[in-house]
Design a binder for this molecule. Structure first.
Ligand code: PLP
Length: 381
């Protein structure tokens, strides 16, 4: 089998081996239901408590402020709908045009139910200008939701400045931090957010598990009804193995953050310099402040889809647009929102490097792109 070069870490990441090992006992012998009072369930209950404590510690929260969910999509839907339905006086929401579909489609759902939503536009580097937010926020606004890091172009927002504006008008602030948690330092007190979404499979944890941080005292409606799990806010028997895997992966990524950031920055530089040295022309999308390793490149005159398939034939996984739009040939809403010219946007690929990528991987990606582009050029002449 061809050696796989996985460079689509913004779509999902490889499960960390320590996380996998930590999960095993809860998939096998320790299968007790954490809500049961007998002693057999005690190990599962303790693992649940310890995982909640570890995760809270990683983001500067209290354990009772962490609510386990099935991932980023559920956390985002809960933040939007749970806020909208909790205050009949304040019914309007503010978000941005560059959010993930988990936010945009949740907003479309509430709009259909009569909750107006304002969509702030982004700058060409994919950031939201806090002064734009000031213009639109008013006494009817219930929630502002702005993502911390964009999944397609990696741009990082000034979340504390945006949250400040929301709080000055007594409005709740949520951030979709699915691409940031485990990859960027996060302290919810410093950011001053009321809610924050995260998803384990983006930081080398298992799929189908995530959490919503909800600041103590924040009033939102429960996500679903049933048993009394998660303080009665999100019913359903807890997936202990996945929760333990998520906590282990997050703790490990946070403790290695400085090292992996330096490694990713180095590889990013190798990739960009490698393409330049070979006179491959491209536009780099996103802002200076971005998630390390998230590299969105536009090759004018080429098809991003065709680049993706040619790289795939060479054993290299990258993405066009966002992962959730993987089968679509439409220009992504993010590239449209940052005002990228259609012809340039069509030639965009996202290379997202992760902690397991090596310098060799990057050199191979550069050589592959150089070869593919040279072949295109030859065809043209
Ligand atoms: N929000 C952002 C910014 C994302 O990148 C993603 C996944 O790509 C999600 C939300 C959805 O997360 P999940 O796949 O855990 O449902």
């Amino acid at each position: 089998m061809k050696h796989l070069i996985y460079a689509d870490n913004a779509a999902t990441t490889q499960l960390d081996m320590d996380a996998f090992e930590a999960m095993k006992p809860y998939l096998l012998g320790e299968y007790g239901n954490a809500s049961q009072p007998y002693s057999f369930a005690r190990t599962a209950r303790k693992a649940l408590q310890e995982s909640r404590r570890l995760i809270a510690e990683c983001i500067g929260a209290l354990p009772e402020e962490i609510f386990f969910t099935s991932g980023g999509t559920e956390s985002d839907n809960w933040a939007i709908k749970g806020s909208a339905f909790s205050d009949s006086e304040k019914r309007t929401m503010i978000t941005s045009t560059i959010e993930h579909h988990a936010i945009l489609r949740a907003c479309a759902d509430i709009e259909r139910l009569g909750y107006p939503v304002t969509y702030l536009s982004a700058t060409s580097s994919g950031t939201i200008d806090p002064s734009e937010l000031s213009k639109w926020i008013n006494e009817k606004t219930r929630l502002v939701s702005i993502m911390m890091a964009n999944n397609e172009i990696g741009s990082i927002q000034d979340i504390s400045a945006l949250a400040d504006i929301a709080h000055s008008k007594n409005v709740l602030f949520h951030t979709d931090a699915v691409q940031a948690v485990g990859h960027w330092p996060i302290d919810v007190a410093e950011l001053d957010v009321d809610m924050l979404s995260a998803s384990a499979h983006k930081f080398n944890g298992p799929k189908g598990i995530g959490f919503l941080y909800v600041r103590k005292g924040t009033i939102i409606r429960p996500y679903c009804s049933g048993g009394g799990q998660e303080l009665g806010m999100r019913a359903g028997t807890e997936n202990i193995a996945a929760i333990v895997g998520m906590a282990t992966a997050l703790k490990k990524n946070i403790s290695e953050l400085a090292k992996s950031t330096a490694h990713l920055q180095y590889m990013e530089d190798c990739l960009i310099n490698g393409l330049r040295k070979n006179q491959v022309f491209f536009i780099r999308n996103g802002s200076e402040k971005h998630i390390p390793g998230n590299i969105s490149l536009s090759f004018a005159g080429y098809s991003g889809e065709s680049l993706l398939h040619r790289l795939d034939l060479m054993g290299i996984c990258v993405s066009t647009g966002s992962a959730c739009d993987g089968n679509s040939t439409q220009i992504s809403h993010v590239l449209q929102a940052i005002g990228l010219d259609e012809e340039i946007a069509k030639g965009t690929i996202r290379i997202s490097l992760g902690k397991y990528n090596t310098e060799d991987d990057v050199n191979n990606i550069v050589s592959a792109l150089v070869k593919i582009i040279a072949a295109y050029e030859k065809k043209k002449t």
